[in-house]
Write a protein of this length. Structure first.
Ligand code: NCD
Ligand code: ZN
Ligand code: ZN
Length: 360
């Protein structure tokens, strides 16, 4: 008989954008309701590049939480040219454990990504210190410029990173703990199946890359809510990452990449990259695992593998989902009245989208 409910340890989001200011105050409670903790991305405006800035951003997140929430924001630092090995050493001896990783963005490629080194491998002293201390490097694993500074095909970013940048990085820093973020292609899935290793080389997967392909993203015009990096790809890519999660590998985990943007930037002539999915992420992951017939693998993916990579135990608290149809009919709204639309939105998504799993 088909399963109609599931109880799992409360999930952990290995990759979320909570931003700053009014947007942060609007979206943080949405993530905190469904996840006990999350690895918080540092590409805010301004970016989080120092320990002091991480302290400040964390304070802002904690202040935005409802009184009864115990949500843990686990901070990261942006890999800039100014980051030093001594900061990494300071992070390693911090008893409070503020920083859980360093994030690399390919220069100029994604949102607020103009601060990083041209090539991840260039950050030698910092990366050596991270090898020594075991602090993970989180990678936006795409390449967009070739050696002559010409733009590559935007659908090839992940392929180029895995073929060239990553092998060089792994050769030069063999003990570095690496997480490949938002894995989006068949090539990425094959690469992880072959090379993934618990505690060493892991990958996160978003709900939108599991649910949609580029036929959806272009259905009767380009779908703004699905415009994100890495670009949503072919059906065969989607199917390959679905097959990957189905295997229940210990080095693959949920990282929503929930990336909120104000309506004015999303529905503009140059639609900004980022898919806001916090209101539906957990439900979509569950739906996909149900469709694949592998609900028994859901807890590992959502609640165990992510925390373990960051040296944390899974939650003791549980959450129950039931198989019940619902729709997203409202945006998340900031205190200034700015709307943030979620993927699957009834009006602005693909049109009358129905989600089949719901929090009980
Ligand atoms: C992210 C954002 O909006 O900050 N956007 C995205 O399309 N994924 C940046 C990122 O994760 O690369
Ligand atoms: Zn990214
Ligand atoms: Zn992201």
């Amino acid at each position: 008989m088909a399963q109609s409910s599931i109880t799992i340890k409360k999930p952990f989001d290995s990759h979320v954008h909570l931003r700053r200011g009014a947007v942060l105050r609007a979206v943080t409670p949405v993530t905190a309701e469904k996840f006990w903790g999350a690895i918080v991305m540092p590409n805010t405006d301004p970016i989080v590049a120092t320990i002091e800035q991480a302290v400040e951003n964390k304070k802002e997140i904690l202040a935005a939480l409802p009184a009864d929430t115990t949500f843990k924001p686990l901070m990261t630092l942006y890999l800039t040219k100014d980051l030093t090995a001594s900061v990494i050493e300071k992070i390693a001896v911090d008893k409070e454990k503020l920083i859980y990783g360093v994030k690399y963005y390919p220069w100029g490629y994604s949102i607020n990504s103009q601060w990083g080194p041209r090539d991840a491998s260039d950050a030698s002293p910092v990366l050596h210190a991270m090898e020594e201390t075991g602090l993970p490097l989180l990678l936006h694993s795409e390449v967009h410029l070739n050696a002559e500074n010409h733009e590559e095909d935007p659908y090839d970013g992940e392929k180029l990173f895995l073929k060239d940048t990553l092998p060089r990085l792994m050769d030069k820093y063999p003990r570095l703990k690496i997480s490949l973020e938002h894995m989006s292609s068949k090539l990425g899935a094959d690469f992880m199946e072959k090379n993934g290793k618990e505690g060493k080389l892991v990958a996160t997967i978003t709900p939108h890359h599991l649910v949609y392909d580029r036929t959806d993203a272009f259905r009767t015009g380009y779908r703004a809510l699905l415009n994100c990096k890495p670009l949503i790809k072919r059906t065969e890519d989607k199917n390959a990452i679905r097959e990957l999660v189905k295997k229940g590998l210990p080095f693959i985990s949920a990282g929503t990449d929930s990336a909120p943007h104000p309506e004015s930037r999303k529905f503009s002539s140059c639609c900004v990259y980022g898919a806001f999915n916090a209101p539906v992420a957990l439900e979509l992951y569950t739906q996909v695992f149900d469709e694949l017939g592998c609900l028994d693998k859901l807890e590992g993916f959502l609640s165990v593998n992510g925390p373990r990579f960051f040296g944390l135990k899974p939650a003791e608290e549980t959450i129950t989902l039931v198989k019940e149809d619902w729709q997203v009919t409202e945006p998340v709204v900031t205190e200034e009245g700015i709307k943030i639309w979620s993927v699957c939105d009834k009006t602005h998504g693909l049109g009358n989208e129905v989600i089949h799993w719901k929090i009980a």
